[in-house]
Design a protein around this ligand. Structure first.
Ligand code: TRP
Length: 334
């Protein structure tokens, strides 16, 4: 049998995820998982680049593991693990640091944005974030990396570092391709539809969290910002309605045009209710399954252990190869 290509992606356990994260990431992971040897990680070390309450980080890590599982990631078919459990990630990041230049990192859009947002904590990890991410990807000889549009620049760096290393030391890394899901890749705020939907939005009505129950979801959609004309069409001048159409068509797996057709001549009130129901139909079963899984921490620990052991076997092949290529004396003992 031909070996499957490797797919790698990761999410930070930095708090609740929104329906935007689900439609843009988790749902694609599930769709892609069996076409590839899929490896999904919890980027817990990345999370430390902004201040975390230790107890929250731990809780969020369990939550996100349960969410991955509830969204249909199969821990036997795919490899699901926490980044900090496989030390090869930080080891490769160190080597990649030696071929990466500060200018490449200081001009990253996300570094600049986060530096503004966390002015009191512009740490080296925040700047080095993309190098650790490159290590995550390159360790597994990954071919496909599903990412949000905001991670494109980071993926580009991973590709550059792979090519640079290969040129300097000989063929070592596969050069990965990014995959940006077309549907639902950009879900906007419900209250300010010009802005991306974000869980850190001070106004809770702006986002739908994967923890919201059905009533909350319906209520938030009822309050969603629209406009004063009464046409349900996708148009730049109608960011609110366009966003609702995007969300609806993503949830129902139909095109925007099909969604427009379905709501032709309908009132905004009815439309918003239908969008809310479509979202709740997806979120509610996932939330309940996640709660069920979280009640059994031992099971989650077992999944993470099993995932880390499998990830480690692949990752250390790459680290050993890299250490040898750069001239480090190999360990002659175990
Ligand atoms: N930086 C990514 C994000 O916040 C998460 C991430 C970490 C990642 N390592 C990765 C994504 C490797 C893809 C591949 O979305």
């Amino acid at each position: 049998m031909e070996e499957k290509k490797i797919l790698f992606s990761a999410i930070q356990p930095s708090g609740i995820l929104t329906i935007g994260n689900y439609l843009g990431a988790l749902r694609n992971f599930k769709k892609l998982q069996s076409d590839y040897q899929s490896i999904f990680s919890l980027a817990d070390l990345h999370t430390l680049t902004v201040k975390q309450e230790p107890a929250n980080l731990r809780k969020n890590t369990y939550e996100l593991t349960a969410l991955y599982l509830a969204c249909g990631i199969d821990p036997n078919e795919s490899i699901l693990f926490a980044q900090s459990h496989v030390s090869a990630h930080t080891e490769l990041a160190w080597i990649l640091n030696t071929i990466c230049y500060p200018g490449e990192l200081s001009r990253m859009t996300q570094f600049k944005d986060k530096s503004k947002k966390h002015e009191d904590n512009i740490n080296m990890g925040l700047m080095d974030y993309p190098v650790l991410m490159a290590a995550d990807i390159l360790l597994y000889q990954t071919e496909l990396v599903p990412i949000g549009a905001d991670q494109k620049q980071h993926l580009e760096l991973a590709r550059d570092l792979a090519i640079r290393f290969n040129n300097r030391y000989g063929e070592t890394f596969k050069v990965p391709e990014g995959y940006i899901g077309k549907n639902g890749a950009r879900v906007m705020s419900l209250t300010e539809p010009e802005k991306k939907m974000s869980k850190s939005d001070a106004n809770e009505n702006g986002f739908i969290s994967m923890n919201d129950d059905k009533d909350t979801i319906i209520r938030k959609f009822k309050r969603a910002v629209t406009d004063s004309d009464n046409k349900i069409v996708f148009d730049e001048s109608k960011p609110g309605i366009s966003n609702l159409l995007t969300i609806y068509s993503a949830c129902k797996d139909i095109t925007i045009e099909q969604a427009e057709k379905e709501f032709e001549g309908k009132m905004y009130g009815e439309f918003k209710l239908k969008v809310g129901e479509a979202v709740a139909d997806i979120v509610e079963p996932i939330r309940l399954e996640k709660e069920r899984l979280l009640a059994n921490k031992d099971y989650i620990d077992e999944v993470l252990k099993n995932g880390a052991e499998r990830a480690e076997r692949i990752a250390y092949k790459t680290v050993n190869k890299v250490y040898k290529k750069v001239g480090l004396v190999p360990r002659k003992w175990n």
